[in-house]
Design a protein. Structure first.
Length: 120
């Protein structure tokens, strides 16, 4: 069964090789650049019925957190329409920090209810 792994700044898909061996294949789905698109993926990720992947980053984006750009984000990764093309990242939410009574640096993943509503 395929598994997703969160690296320091990567989301990696691990899947069993197609032939009968104990090998696994690794494929980087997205590499966070830091700052503007978030960095340090945190917690588990979830999929919706369309195959989009959702998660949180502990750092990145807002510049009003201490240290700078450490507030974190909630992101969506959409699979490519054509195989071999990169996944597309969309920022769904940018934490603004304690000064805005918004929190920062999420350390766990997201939950989704049946209505596709997220909870961080």
């Amino acid at each position: 069964m395929p598994k997703l792994v969160l690296g320091a700044s990567l989301i990696i898909l691990l899947a069993p090789a197609t032939h009968a061996s104990a090998e696994w294949n690794e494929k980087v789905l997205y590499s966070f650049q830091g700052g503007s698109d978030g960095q340090v993926p945190a917690g588990r990720v979830i999929f919706d019925k369309a195959g989009n992947l959702y998660g949180a980053t502990a750092q990145g984006r807002a510049d009003n957190c201490a240290p700078v750009a450490n507030c974190g984000t909630v992101f969506e990764l959409s699979p490519p329409a054509k195989q071999g093309v990169s996944w597309t990242e969309t920022q769904l939410y940018i934490f603004e920090g304690k000064a805005y009574n918004d929190g920062d640096s999420p350390s766990s993943g997201l939950l989704m209810d049946k209505a596709a509503t997220f909870t961080a």
